[in-house]
Design a protein around this ligand. Structure first.
Ligand code: AFP
Length: 291
């Protein structure tokens, strides 16, 4: 099976699982799973449910040989009994991004990176990336072969609604994570400039906030913090796949110094400062941090 065909199968599988993830949310609204994930964060029952649904479905896709999840310590070998002739895809997934938003009934998502290399993979090795947004409408945004397409998920099927998606040239919104007193001075000064130019849109789930930037133009960041020099977000499960999408849409990404796609993967759960959006704002950020 060629890699392209296998990528199609992975994306169609993610779309097919999305309605089941969404259907499982109400019953798991306030239930913690009583465990922590490899990043030391409390795992909700909704995180576990989403992870199990995606693992079962994606592990069975011909051509997928590795599965890694934000909720699992290590990469899982899912080479299936029939053998995966041809494609050797690795899938890195954040099954339920922004799960703490479940309690407040706000947007959440699923983020997927698809590589043709063993995990952890560099963003530059991603051959496709996608996110599902569980908003008023369930949508899927996909980057592959240098372009971005948005789909509505209807009954688990992908219905294309916008081809060749690009960031608007006139930025409108910004969203910065972390607490203001925890921002290093250089980021703090940059943020003070940006807030006089753009409107604040921050919802606490990366997928929802990034989708605001993709829709209206602007910048999203979860920066390095004084208390967490590598920030909060994970390279494999959040930073790299989202950077793949934003850069394919004509935007830029940065860990503060370089594109997130160029960041060397050293650990499956490594954290990285994330800044994504219109190129001008990302360049200004890198200049501000270099002062
Ligand atoms: P949860 O999955 O624990 O809700 O965290 C979501 C997230 O990883 C990312 O989606 C958000 O951008 C960021 O954390 C929000 O973090 P804060 O809660 O510190 O704003």
């Amino acid at each position: 099976m060629a890699a392209n065909e296998a990528v199609d199968d992975v994306l169609e599988t993610v779309a097919a699982v999305a309605p089941d993830v969404r259907a499982g949310l109400p019953g798991r609204r306030l239930t913690e799973a009583g465990v922590e994930n490899p990043s030391g964060e409390t795992v909700t029952a909704a995180d576990v449910h989403a992870d199990e649904l995606f693992f079962e479905a994606l592990g069975a896709v011909d051509g997928v040989v590795e599965f890694a999840s934000e909720e699992r310590e290590a990469v899982v070998d899912v080479t299936n009994a029939a053998g995966d002739a041809g494609a050797t895809l690795s899938v890195a997934i954040d099954p339920l991004d922004g799960s703490s938003n479940l309690e407040s009934n706000n947007a959440m998502g699923t983020i997927v990176g698809i590589a043709d290399e063993p995990l952890p993979a560099a963003g530059a090795d991603l051959i496709a990336a996608a996110y599902i947004l569980y908003g008023p409408i369930t949508t899927m945004t996909v980057a592959r072969e240098g372009t971005v397409t948005t789909y509505v998920i209807d009954g688990g099927e992908m219905q294309a609604v916008e081809e060749d998606v690009t960031l608007p040239e006139d930025p409108v919104v910004y969203g910065f994570g972390g607490r203001v007193p925890d921002w290093p001075d250089a980021f703090h000064d940059y943020a003070r400039e940006v807030e006089t130019e753009l409107k604040l849109r921050y919802g606490g789930a990366m997928v929802g906030d990034v989708n605001q930037v993709l829709s209206y133009g602007g910048i999203f960041a979860y920066p390095a913090l004084s208390s967490a020099p590598n920030g909060k977000l994970r390279l494999q499960f959040e930073g790299a796949p989202i950077a793949k999408i934003i850069e394919a849409a004509g935007g830029a990404s940065s860990d503060g110094e370089q594109s997130l796609l160029a960041v060397e993967p050293t650990d499956l759960h490594q954290r990285v400062p994330v800044h994504v959006g219109n190129e001008a704002y990302v360049e200004r950020l890198e200049n501000a941090l270099a002062q």
